[in-house]
Design a protein around this ligand. Structure first.
Ligand code: ADP
Ligand code: MG
Length: 394
């Protein structure tokens, strides 16, 4: 497998693609988890490479220079974490950048400016890819968050390098996720939640052939209940997905996958307010109310289905957890998941913030750093950034 620990970095200039797209507010980093996640690969590369050239995107500048999306605060934070000097180049390609790399002393680290200031990055422009590749001898990708994107710094650049490999973060993601997909300890349980069935169709379909049990929560469960003919009041429902929801329910029956939907809900006027209408069984939903979280009976049911699990994969919260009033279903389920003697894997943008918010990130076996890439991988899609490096999900 083409991973960094099998590649010779000594004496080389290494181009390291990271996902340093941290949340910024007025130039201040709000959460540096993504930078810290890159540290093992950074330290490994620094100890071996002659010169280290880092690159990343930040936000969506759409091919133009947007000063607010400069990687300057990131350069500073990396320097603090590594306790060494990290310079920021004014651009990511061009003569000035080349000269700065030339001038780096052995062991030096240079961070290139936001890749997406150039339209060639997201367009996967071959000329831009070639320019990037010409800066270094070896390419290392450790940006798991963007491996589902066929962008120049993720795929195009590989065509122009003699040596290309993945870093430790991608290696870890690959180990956990391919274990779950190819050889899970059973029973294998998928927990799927969140707002929309439409964004989880691929996941549900792929897991029909893999999982033993599927637990569905969040607003997406309302579309399933509606498909079965139950009332859902004013809850979020995707009317146009009712046929697909029915199909999934039938498929689960055919394939003998046990599919569980919530049996009670915490209801309220809307997701913003503190005042609730209380807990109701799923058969008795008021027409003027919204389903905003799963209730205690659902918690008991879901916990029962998890207690003998061998592997649990979780994506999507059980309710509108951003409001603490409607977070209990999700928080309770995290506690259950973390106490089960199973391999536990979670991921997704909101699932990640939910787990961080409860401070349970170290209790789960593996919390993916990917949002879209995590989901697409679990959908069974071939991810361009992994394919470019010859990494397959067994
Ligand atoms: P992830 O980013 O982890 O893949 P999603 O984006 O699919 O998760 O879903 C998260 C969103 O779903 C959250 O913003 C949450 O508020 C919303 N949500 C979940 N359940 C409900 C509900 N019953 N009513 C309204 N919103 C909900
Ligand atoms: Mg989300």
């Amino acid at each position: 497998m083409p991973f960094i620990d099998e590649v010779h970095l000594e004496g080389k200039t290494v181009l390291l693609r990271l996902d340093l797209n941290v949340p910024l507010q007025d130039g201040v980093i709000q959460d540096d988890s993504r930078i810290r996640a890159a540290v093992p690969t950074l330290e490994y590369a620094i100890q071996r490479a002659d010169k280290l050239v880092l690159c990343s995107h930040m936000g969506k500048p759409k091919g133009k220079r947007v000063p607010e999306l400069s990687l300057q605060p990131v350069a500073k934070r990396i320097a603090e974490l590594l306790e060494r000097e990290v310079q920021l180049a004014p651009d990511c390609i061009g003569d000035e950048v080349r000269a700065m790399i030339q001038d780096l002393t052995p062991g030096g680290v240079l961070l290139l400016e936001n890749l997406r200031f150039h339209p060639g990055e997201t367009d996967n422009d071959p000329e831009f890819s070639r320019e990037l590749a010409s800066l270094a001898d070896v390419y290392v990708n450790d940006a798991f968050g963007v491996v589902h994107r066929a962008h120049a710094s993720v795929t195009g650049v590989v065509d122009h390098m003699d040596t290309a490999c993945a870093g430790f973060l991608i290696q870890k993601e690959w180990r956990y996720l391919s274990k779950a997909l190819s050889n899970p300890d059973r029973p294998f349980v998928l927990i799927s939640g969140g707002a929309k069935v439409s964004s989880k169709l691929g996941l549900l379909q792929n897991f029909m052939d893999r999982a033993d049990r599927i637990l569905i929560g969040g607003a997406m469960a309302c579309t399933f209940r509606k498909a079965e003919g139950y009332p859902v009041g004013k809850s979020l429902v995707e009317e146009d997905l009712i046929p697909q929801a029915k199909e999934i329910l039938n498929k689960a029956w055919d394939k003998e996958v046990s599919l569980y939907l919530p049996v009670d809900y915490l209801m309220g006027p809307n997701a913003e307010q503190e005042k609730t209408y209380g807990v109701f069984p799923f058969q008795d939903i008021r027409s003027d109310a919204m389903i905003l979280d799963t209730g205690p009976a659902t918690h008991t049911l879901f916990s029962e289905t998890l207690k003998d699990a061998g592997t649990i994969v979780w994506n999507g919260p059980m309710g509108a957890f951003e409001n603490p009033t409607y977070s209990q279903g999700s928080v309770g389920l995290i506690q259950t998941v973390c106490n089960v003697d199973a391999l536990t894997i979670a991921g997704g943008g909101d699932t990640d913030s939910l787990i961080h918010r409860c401070g349970m990130q170290n209790q789960i076996d593996f919390l993916s750093t990917g949002g879209g890439s995590f989901l697409e991988l679990l959908e069974g899609k071939e991810l361009p950034g992994l394919k470019a490096l010859g990494i397959r999900m067994e």
